[in-house]
Design a protein around this ligand. Structure first.
Ligand code: DON
Length: 359
């Protein structure tokens, strides 16, 4: 009995001392909530995206491969060290690394947006019937590709992302005068970028003085009746559109607009009808990096487009648009750093649309 009473007393004392020890201990601070995933990119936080861009920037900053384009004299003078990366998610967030204020000429990337303009105005069939939507497997300014399409394939078997198809697409933009056509093209590019764009006059003049090959391509497309209006005007407007000045953020916003079903995710404006977006992306997937388009698509699964100014845009549909500017090019005419950096960032963020997760 006494033993029981002592035991009970000891138990009470122990409980009391435990309680007082607990009261003395400061309460644990609540755990901070885990950073929220970005809505457009399930599973990835803002810090993940920024880290992916920075890692790609650091990894390729000092590589020495490639060489500026020099067949347009003004491009040879552009600083080869310019290197900027930008990514715009479909919920309108912008991430950048490196040199994002520097501008380069848009060059062949403009072909995407002029094609989109023609599709908006005249329908996707107009492009398919007049120009074609097949890869040529040849260089972007190949005349053999035109001859082969005409003589061996018997018609419109090229695409609007190589020079003959692009000059033809420019000739198809509606407008009563050169000025009207030009304003329409520049305005459309600006809507994709979300700001009024301008022209690098030095690049325009330099290319206009040296573009005899493109003039010949324009005349040939006219002779074969792909171009139905003044071919000299079409080549001249095409040359000016290639000289539109853009920075990495402009290009990423343009790509982000395609990723977001044609609606600019930063301005909220529907620039390209939703139904027309897959047509544009399909041609980018087939022919966006010229004769290296297959290799690029195999590695990344991303519809993309390069320009000899050093830019590349790529689109992860529903997720993000990404752009890199870096002037040194490989033999196919595609920026060396841009290809590597875009592939890395997309890989790090699950951007390949051809890589579904198994259930
Ligand atoms: O017509 C040309 O040659 C240039 N304005 C554009 C070529 C170009 O960007 C090809 N890109 N990889």
């Amino acid at each position: 009995m006494i033993r029981h009473t002592l035991g009970a007393l000891c138990g009470l004392a122990l409980a009391a001392s435990l309680a007082s020890a607990q009261a003395a201990k400061p309460a644990k601070p609540p755990k901070p909530p885990a950073p929220a995933a970005v809505a457009a990119l399930a599973g990835y936080t803002e810090a993940d995206i920024q880290a992916a861009l920075q890692a790609a920037y650091d990894k390729y900053k000092d590589i020495q491969e490639g060489k500026n384009a020099d067949y347009i004299p003004a491009l040879a003078k552009v600083d080869p060290k310019i290197y900027g990366i930008a990514l715009v998610t479909t919920d309108g967030k912008v991430y950048t690394a490196g040199d994002v204020k520097a501008e380069v000429s848009i060059q062949s990337i403009s072909k995407v947006f002029t094609m989109a303009k023609v599709i908006e105005e005249s329908g996707a069939e107009a492009i398919e019937k007049r120009i074609g939507v097949d890869a040529t497997g040849m260089r972007f300014n190949s005349i053999v590709a035109v001859e082969f399409a005409e003589k061996a394939l018997g018609g419109p078997e090229i695409n609007p992302l190589v020079n003959p198809g692009a000059i033809t697409a420019t000739s198809m933009v509606k407008g009563a005068s050169r000025d009207e056509v030009w304003k329409s093209i520049l305005g459309y590019h600006s809507e994709f970028a979300g700001r009024p764009l301008g022209v690098d006059q030095e690049v325009f003049k330099s290319e206009a003085a040296t573009n005899q090959r493109n003039q010949a391509i324009g005349q040939l497309m006219y002779a074969y009746e792909f171009i139905k209006s003044d071919p000299a005007q079409a080549t001249d407007v095409y040359t000016e559109q290639c000289a539109i000045a853009v920075n990495a953020k402009d290009l990423a916003t343009m790509a982000g607009t395609l990723a977001n079903g044609g609606k600019n995710p930063v301005t909220g404006k529907q620039v390209l009808a939703n139904a027309n977006v897959p047509k544009v992306l399909a041609v980018m997937a087939t022919a966006g990096l010229y004769d290296d388009s297959g290799k690029w698509f195999f590695r990344t699964g991303l519809p993309a487009k390069s320009g000899v100014g050093g830019g590349i845009i790529a689109v992860s549909p529903g997720k993000f648009g990404i752009a890199v500017i870096s002037p040194p090019l490989d033999d196919a005419g595609n920026s060396v750093r841009a290809q590597k950096a875009i592939a890395d960032v997309s890989n790090a963020l699950g951007g390949n649309p051809l890589a579904p997760k198994a259930r």
